[in-house]
Design a protein around this ligand. Structure first.
Ligand code: GAR
Length: 204
C-alpha cells in the first residue's frame, strides 16, 4: 500500500514520538510510515527510541549553525534526501521561519500542550505552558494538533482534546496528564488523517 513518508522532528524525551511508533505498530497509523527521526539535540532520548525501533536518525545541532537559514537548509536537505511527504513536530523546540514553513503548506503538523489559542505562541513551550495555565487558574486545558505556518502555533487546527485541571496539580503532574489523556491520542490520529489525505492525493 502507498504510504506517506513521515519525518518526525524532536528535541527531547520523545514520548510523542513513542506514541507515533506504537500507533504505527498497532495499525492506528495505516497510511503513513516514519521514515526518519531528526533531532536538533544529539542527547535527546527520542533518538534512542528511534534506534530501538530501527528508524533512521539524523542530528542537526542548531548551535553548530550560526544562522537560522543554514540550520533550515540542512533540515531541507534531509527532508529531500528521505523523500518526505509529511513533517511532524513532536516536542521540537525550535521555531521555523516563513522561508521554511511556506515550502511545505499543509505538510507540517505540530502538537502543542494547551487548547490553542490559550497559552501558545512564542515563549510557550514544554512545562512553561502548564505553569502558565496553573498561574492563570483555568479549570480546563488540553492539547492541540495543528498545521504549521509562519505564525508560532497559529496554523489551522486539526484536532483538540480537553483535560481537566485538578486542585492538587503541579506543572509536572499536569504535563503528564495532558500527554497521557490528550497528546498521545490526538497526535497519532491527526497523523493518520493527514497521511490518508496525502496518499489519496498521490494515488489520483
Ligand atoms: C510535549 O508536551 C509537547 O506538546 C511539547 O513538548 C513536550 C515534548 O515531550 N511541545 C511544545 O511545547 C511545543 N510548543 P516529548 O519529547 O516527550 O514528546
Amino acid at each position: 500500500m502507498l504510504k506517506a513518508r513521515i519525518a518526525v522532528l524532536v528535541s527531547g524525551g520523545g514520548t510523542n514520538l513513542q506514541a507515533l511508533i506504537d500507533a504505527q505498530n498497532s495499525g492506528i497509523i495505516k497510511h503513513g510510515e516514519i521514515s526518519v527521526v531528526i533531532s536538533n539535540n544529539a542527547d535527546a532520548f527520542a533518538l534512542t527510541r528511534a534506534y530501538n525501533s530501527g528508524i533512521p536518525r539524523e542530528v542537526v545541532p542548531k548551535a553548530k549553525f550560526n544562522s537560522q537559514q543554514k540550520f533550515e537548509k540542512e533540515l531541507i536537505e534531509l527532508i529531500e534526501k528521505y523523500n518526505i511527504d509529511l513533517i511532524v513536530l513532536a516536542g521540537f523546540m525550535c521555531i521555523l521561519s516563513k522561508d521554511f514553513t511556506s515550502r511545505f503548506p499543509k505538510r507540517i503538523i505540530n502538537v502543542h500542550p494547551s487548547l490553542i489559542p490559550a497559552f501558545c505562541g512564542k515563549g510557550f513551550y514544554g512545562l512553561k505552558v502548564h505553569e502558565a495555565a496553573l498561574k492563570y487558574g483555568v479549570k480546563v486545558t488540553g492539547a492541540t494538533v495543528h498545521f504549521v505556518n509562519e505564525i508560532p502555533d497559529g496554523g489551522e487546527i486539526i484536532l483538540q482534546k480537553p483535560v481537566n485541571i485538578c486542585r492538587s496539580d503541579t506543572p509536572e503532574s499536569l504535563q503528564q496528564r495532558v500527554m497521557r489523556i490528550a497528546e498521545w491520542k490526538i497526535l497519532p490520529k491527526a497523523v493518520e488523517m493527514v497521511s490518508f489525505d496525502i496518499v489519496k492525493g498521490k494515488s489520483i
